[in-house]
Every structure is written in structure tokens, then in C-alpha cells.
Design a protein around this ligand. Structure first.
Ligand SMILES: NC(=O)c1ccc[n+]([C@@H]2O[C@H](COP(=O)([O-])OP(=O)(O)OC[C@H]3O[C@@H](n4cnc5c(N)ncnc54)[C@H](OP(=O)(O)O)[C@@H]3O)[C@@H](O)[C@H]2O)c1
Length: 293
């Protein structure tokens, strides 16, 4: 699979990454998860994105891919949920990184994000300093920020971050205008999350309370159509080939979908008229449509 330079980090990443947010549920079959993770690497995916908050995801990556650690860029997220530490403090980030290294059974995490860290915490400085200390100690290779809107805008001014993770999809385009040009100018690595807009098209009726509800409402307001393509192809190629995006992390718990998503991304950028249609529809209906965390 095609790879791109990940900003000025020295890493290079496949245009599709594996979003490991869907392999954390205790009820999932361990062997299925293992098959999925190996298949991801076999398909040429070299970025795996997980987080403290994704259930058993970190542990399963460690168990399944211990013998293939050098084949992929490992991305995780921290800042909360460390026993005995207050969330969003320097001590929590420092202990969280050590705990993540332990769970991931590795001596380094390639990209470590502050996971939706609020702007006022970033401004305080201690949390950023703790992440930077981990970089200096060789525990983390790239200090990164994951989040949206005002907090993201602030993060983009902080020298310590060398990459960002943000929502980019047909129903979430603010960052294309606001954040991507800044990230590109600063030579940051860029990971697009929620690239399929959480597959909102699966629902005929409003999916009240579902993760994708906001995107479903936006798509309806935009009267968005993927024609002549299928929805997944339209959505994935839009996100994966957005300029200044280096990789998009697609989440799935199904091997067939993983294969299909890789194949779709390989087809390259959408025809220009389809991209323009999506951009115009968003702009015309943007009703304070902020980035979805
Ligand atoms: N940093 C953050 O705060 C943050 C927030 C959200 C996400 N993320 C990261 O981004 C990754 C992806 O985000 P996401 O899962 O929210 O959104 P997404 O990739 O836009 O959508 C994933 C959903 O689409 C389905 N799907 C996947 N391929 C499909 C296809 N070809 N056709 C139809 N449906 C398909 C999956 O269901 P099945 O499992 O049933 O295939 C899953 O429900 C996460 O795993 C995580 O790594 C990060």
C-alpha cells in the first residue's frame, strides 16, 4: 500500500491505518481480533491507532502482534484513567505512558496523543511537559495531540506536538479549512479519524443516540449523495486523499471490510467533481458544524 511521509517526524505511514477502537470489547472473539490485526499488517497497513479508553484494545495489540512490533507504527492516547492519579495532570500523563508501555509490552510508543485534552489543560503546561519528558526519555517518539476546534487550534501553536489527529470526513470538514493548512505549514504528521463518518448511511431512520447521529443529520441536511459510487467508497476516498492528510484510521471489526477499505483507498483520489460536490454541500449547509471529538 502507498505510504506517505508523516510530516517531519521521520516516520512514514500507509494511507489507511487501522483504527483499533473496535477491538476492545470483552465479548469479542480473541482469535478473530488476532486474525484482523495480522491481516491489517499483511495488507500493508503500518499504522495502528489505539487508546487507553478503547477497552482491551492495547492489551490485544500487544498479545497479537508481539512478534511483529517492528512492522508497524504504534499510536496510542493518554491523559486519564490511571489509578491513584487525577485525570489531566502531569503525573497522570507520566504514569499513563508507563502503564501504556506495560500494557502494550513495548519499549517505545511511536506516537502518543493527549486524547481530547481540553484547551485550558494544555494552557497550564504541566501535561505537555510530562509528554515532552517521555519523548526526551525515549519512551515516546512523537508527541501528538488528538482533538478538535478551539483546543486543536491551540495545540497547533504548541511546538512540542509533531503530529495531530483530527476528524475529517464528508460530514466533518471544518478542519480542512482551519487546521490542515496550519498543520501543513508546520510540517506536522496528520491522522484523519472517523474517516467513514461512522458509516451513518447504515441507518434509514434517524439513529437517535448512536455515535453517528450527528453525521446522519448533517448528511441529510446536505442532501449528500455518493452517486455513482457506493457510500463507503465515496467517504473513504474523500478522507484518505484529502491533501495534507497522511493517513486515515478506519475502524472495523470485520476482516472483509478491512480488505475492502484498503482496496477502496488504493483507487486514489475521487474525481474532482465529486470532491467539489461534497465541499460545496458542507459549505452551503454548515450550521455551526464543529469538529466531532
Ligand atoms: N482520537 C479520538 O478521539 C478518536 C475518536 C474517534 C475515533 N478515533 C479513531 O479513529 C478510528 C475510526 O473511527 P470510528 O470507528 O469512530 O469511525 P469510522 O472509521 O468513520 O467508522 C467506523 C464504522 O464504520 C463501519 N465500517 C467500516 N468499514 C466499513 C465499510 N467499508 N462499509 C460500511 N461500514 C464500515 C465500522 O463497523 P464494523 O466494525 O461493523 O465494520 C464502524 O462502525 C477509531 O478506531 C479510533 O482509532 C479516534
Amino acid at each position: 500500500m502507498q505510504r506517505r511521509k508523516f510530516g517531519a517526524t521521520g516516520l512514514s505511514v500507509s494511507i489507511v491505518g487501522f483504527g483499533a477502537g473496535h477491538i476492545g470489547a470483552p465479548a469479542q472473539d480473541e482469535r478473530e481480533v488476532e486474525r484482523l490485526l495480522h491481516a491489517a499488517l499483511d495488507l500493508g497497513i503500518n499504522l495502528i491507532d489505539t487508546a487507553r479508553g478503547y477497552g482491551l484494545s492495547e492489551e490485544r495489540i500487544a498479545r497479537s502482534l508481539a512478534s511483529r512490533r517492528d512492522e508497524f507504527v504504534l499510536s496510542s492516547k493518554c491523559g486519564y484513567d490511571v489509578p491513584g492519579r487525577t485525570d489531566w495532570t502531569g503525573a497522570c500523563v507520566a504514569a499513563g505512558i508507563d502503564a501504556a508501555l506495560n500494557r502494550l509490552r513495548t519499549d517505545r510508543i511511536d506516537i502518543m496523543h493527549l486524547h481530547s485534552c481540553p484547551r485550558e489543560v494544555l494552557e497550564r503546561g504541566d501535561v505537555i511537559a510530562a509528554l515532552d519528558d517521555a519523548v526526551q526519555a525515549g519512551k515516546v517518539r512523537v508527541a501528538a495531540y488528538s482533538g478538535e476546534n478551539d483546543a486543536l487550534a491551540f495545540a497547533l501553536t504548541c511546538d512540542v506536538f509533531r503530529s495531530v489527529q483530527l476528524s475529517i470526513n464528508v460530514c466533518d470538514q471544518r478542519a480542512i479549512r482551519d487546521a490542515l493548512p496550519v498543520a501543513a505549514a508546520r510540517k506536522l504528521g496528520v491522522i484523519a479519524k472517523r474517516p467513514l463518518a461512522n458509516a451513518f448511511w447504515r441507518f434509514r431512520d434517524r439513529p437517535t443516540g448512536e455515535y453517528c447521529e450527528e453525521y446522519w443529520l448533517r448528511a441529510k441536511a446536505m442532501q449528500l449523495s455518493p452517486a455513482p459510487l457506493d457510500w463507503d467508497e465515496f467517504a473513504l476516498r474523500f478522507a484518505a486523499h484529502q491533501s495534507d492528510v497522511h493517513t486515515c484510521i478506519v475502524g472495523t471489526s470485520h476482516l472483509e471490510r478491512l480488505r475492502r477499505n484498503v482496496e477502496l483507498a488504493r483507487r486514489g483520489p475521487l474525481p474532482a467533481d465529486l470532491v467539489q460536490r461534497a465541499l460545496d454541500a458542507f459549505r452551503a449547509h454548515d450550521d455551526d458544524w464543529i469538529g466531532q471529538v
